[in-house]
Design a protein around this ligand. Structure first.
Ligand code: C5P
Length: 404
């Protein structure tokens, strides 16, 4: 199912160069399954035409409270009564000031003031010059708008249309989409701190070679995102992968299993849930050579000696906080066959209440997966789906367990 299926959004554009990005945003929102009613201020119409927004949203754009199309002549009321949220993107400094003061002199400000506050959330994606953003008046007005129930989706930083560099850019359309999707996810893990490991580890043989595996990190990153969407504080300890950090997630990059253990131990005191998704190498070369190992002409390969890596999951599962129930540990098992039996045995061996089995070759690098959740009593199958959907189901399952 699409992430915004069944959602009806009022996308409100106020004045700013970032209006050009609202076209792409509108497209992304509709592709995600939302119906989008666009409303534009007079200033927004200076930057992009209603024709473009109508073509993309497939609905006539509303620009005036005096719109004769409305049978009761009350566009400002009608627009929000069936809406799931109002999203102001771009949201100008002027519009934030209007929100803070309850001004209502055009259709965008009227509909925000007239929306049923308990049913129709208001999300803001501001866009303005860095000096305007940093101005105490803007920050004061924003604080007031947030205190009155608005949600700030975030602010971008970097080069601005005016040529200056700093905070005040509108978030990119994809970032706004992700934030809107996250907003609608059930907040099942508020107050929890979730620590996730993801990706492979890399065990050096010499400065240019090492041993690693085919884990892409996608499952662990999806779990970190889903935990954050559910309202948790999230720390993601990632092996060497090239994946973007999910919004709002604190990321620590590591290389080897020993690095990963160190990073995990540094975060473990604060964590209430540990999800060990990483494909940690079981062994590492006993001693990484300081210089590149050369062929010596004898035709004999070098003899490598291996030692076992620390088991991060077992270390945490045996810690006093896990033993007394303050830290809920979840393991993963990537198997090639006999998933249920192997997962059950691994759960007991690792000493964790929940173990998630998956078939290694069917998940490594893929965008979808299938999971088998095994606890002391039952096994529950999560059928093949994209990794983010599976991650959300897993998070819902964990939330139930820790609240029980
Ligand atoms: O023993 P095996 O590698 O199959 O166990 C898989 C589970 O244990 C995963 O949750 C993995 O993240 C974790 N693990 C670990 N440290 C290791 C090896 C595995 O945390 N050294």
């Amino acid at each position: 199912m699409k992430d915004l299926a069944g959602k009806h959004l009022v996308l409100t554009l106020t004045g700013g160069v970032a209006c050009y990005k609202a076209a792409e945003l509108c497209r992304l929102l509709t592709k995600a399954g939302a119906t989008v009613q666009v409303v534009m201020s007079a200033a927004a119409e200076q930057f992009i035409t209603p024709v473009t927004m109508q073509a993309l949203s497939q609905l006539a754009v509303r620009t005036s409270q005096w719109d004769a199309q409305e049978p009761n002549a009350m566009a400002h009321i009608n627009l929000t009564r069936a809406a799931d949220a109002v999203l102001v993107a771009p949201c100008s400094a002027d519009f934030i000031a209007k929100l803070a003061h309850g001004q209502a002199d055009d259709l965008p400000s009227l509909l925000c003031l007239a929306r049923p506050m308990d049913k129709v959330p208001l999300m803001l994606a501001p866009a303005m010059n860095r000096e305007m953003w940093a101005h105490p008046a803007t920050q004061r007005n924003l604080a007031q708008a947030l205190a009155d129930g608005a949600t700030l989706l975030g602010i971008g930083s970097g080069e601005q249309a005016c040529g200056e560099v700093g905070d005040g850019r509108m978030l990119e359309p994809q970032q706004i989409l992700d934030a809107v999707i996250a907003f609608f996810q059930p907040k099942l893990l508020v107050g929890q701190h979730v620590l996730v490991t993801a990706g492979p580890t890399y065990e050096a043989i010499d400065p240019v070679r090492g041993i690693t595996n085919l884990s892409s990190g996608k499952m662990g990153f999806a779990i970190a995102r889903a935990a954050r969407e559910a309202g948790a504080e999230v720390t993601l300890v990632a092996g060497p992968v090239h994946l973007p950090t999910p919004p709002g997630v604190h990321r620590v990059d590591v290389t080897s299993a020993s690095n990963m253990l160190q990073a995990v131990m540094a975060q473990a005191q604060a964590a209430t849930v540990f999800i060990s998704t990483a494909a940690v190498a079981d062994w590492r070369p006993e001693q990484a050579a300081e210089q590149k190992i050369k062929k010596d002409g004898s035709g004999q390969p070098p003899a490598l000696r291996f030692v076992e890596n620390p088991d991060i999951l077992t270390t945490l599962a045996q810690s006093p906080r896990a033993q007394c129930g303050a830290l809920f540990c979840v393991g993963f098992a990537a198997e090639s066959h006999d998933l249920l039996a192997n997962a059950q045995a691994k759960r007991q061996r690792k000493g964790v209440p929940l173990l998630v089995g998956n078939i290694g070759p069917a998940t490594f690098g893929q965008d979808d997966n299938a999971l088998l959740l095994v606890d002391a009593h039952v096994a529950r199958e999560l059928p093949r789906n994209d990794k983010l959907s599976l991650a959300r189901e897993l998070i819902a399952d964990i939330a139930l367990r820790i609240s029980a």
